[in-house]
Design a protein around this ligand. Structure first.
Ligand SMILES: [Fe+2]
Length: 368
């Protein structure tokens, strides 16, 4: 790995966590009982959070199920606008690419789902985030409340009908998305500039304060990504470093610098979703081989993340990290109670604009 960019000092944390976590992961899967050195400035809770996440990834690595089909073939059959909401199209896909289980099968222990060639489609990591870090992340969400919005629209992501009643919610229901560089909706062709997303434009914004409170936690998510999809970690990292070195890539280079100082996640964008039911869908703005990272937070039990296309239902309780091929896999989430999700992702068109190549599928067996 190239040395971290000294102009973004917090990247030192993300990279060091990734390096430490990779060494620990290698030691575990090679059954070596060695102590991995860690930076002296780390707190013990931070070290324990890294260890916990690595241990859960290692358990998933050793517990695999696979489809009978190839991911390349599957995405080859998806039209660019396939959001998963046309039942006839889904029935045909299901015939050609049968699910692993005909009836949804529930899982509640760490699991890796691959295609028939060993390419990772889902890493299911229940309990990967410690209770104390969940508490930190949950309380940080209060900072974001001024930005959490619902709308009267037919777009399910923001439509009020999919959110809990605010009078019954501790955390204000709504969604906010943010990125140091992205296209406004419907303005993603050559002639448009990349923009700093609106919640981050103002100095001392609610979103900026939340990012600041999440620096260590987002770096931890980066460390997890470096294990479950190393090439995607590097693509996300390259994208952030590219923005740092080319601030003129976005409309507000003056704001970019401040944002990147707190942007420790190796992703181009993220959304925080509070108290919403999520119907089955595909995320069509991601590259076909990309993976999103979802972090479940809240005060609920009995949450479920359903992947109906492969016949898998994942128990989705607070502290779960799910890494999904979100363009390929239909996914929906539901649970009773107070909950939020932080979703980290890449947008294909932004990667293309900035010249960041999309990695292919990752085959974890190659780690052995
Ligand atoms: Fe999604």
């Amino acid at each position: 790995m190239e040395p971290f960019n000294a102009s973004l000092p917090m990247w030192k944390l993300t990279d060091r966590m990734a390096m430490y976590m990779n060494k620990r992961f290698q030691a575990i899967i090679q059954k070596q009982e060695i102590a991995i050195p860690f930076p002296r400035e780390w707190s013990i809770p931070l070290l324990m959070d890294c260890n916990l996440a690595v241990d859960v990834v290692a358990r998933a690595f050793g517990n695999r199920v696979s489809t009978g089909w190839d991911a390349h073939d599957y995405v080859g059959q998806l039209s660019p606008r396939n959001t998963g909401q046309n039942p006839a199209v889904e029935a045909n896909l299901r015939k050609e690419f049968p699910p692993i289980h005909e009836k949804l099968r529930e899982y509640n222990t760490p699991l890796l789902v691959t295609d028939k060639n060993g390419n990772a489609l889902t890493w299911y990591l229940p309990g990967a985030v410690s209770r104390s870090r969940q508490d930190l992340m949950w309380s940080a969400l209060k900072l974001l409340e001024p930005e959490l919005k619902v709308k009267h629209t037919d777009q399910w992501r923001t439509a009020a009908e999919n959110y809990r009643d605010p009078r019954e919610s501790e955390l204000k229901p709504g969604t906010v998305s943010m990125s140091p560089a992205w296209f406004e909706q419907g303005h993603d062709t050559e002639k448009y500039a990349l923009k700093v997303s609106r919640p981050l434009v103002a100095e001392d914004s609610a979103a900026g304060r939340w990012l600041g409170a999440m620096m260590e936690s987002s770096a931890l998510i980066g460390g997890i990504l470096s294990l479950v999809h190393p090439d995607l970690y590097h693509a996300g990292r390259d994208l952030i470093l590219h923005l740092d070195q080319n601030p003129g890539s976005v409309d507000r280079p003056d704001r970019l610098r401040d944002i990147l100082l707190a942007w420790t996640a190796p992703f181009q964008g993220l959304s925080v979703i509070s108290n919403r039911v999520t119907p089955a869908h595909r995320d069509i703005n991601a590259a076909r081989e990309s993976m999103d990272v979802l972090v479940a937070l809240g005060k609920y039990r009995n949450g479920t993340l359903n992947l109906p296309g492969i016949g898998v239902a994942l128990q989705y309780n607070p502290g779960t990290v799910a890494v999904l091929a979100a363009r390929l896999l239909l996914h929906s989430a539901e649970c009773d109670g107070e909950r939020a999700c932080v979703a980290y992702y890449m947008r294909e068109k932004v990667q293309q604009r900035l010249g960041i190549a999309q990695p292919g599928w990752f085959c974890p067996e190659k780690i052995d």
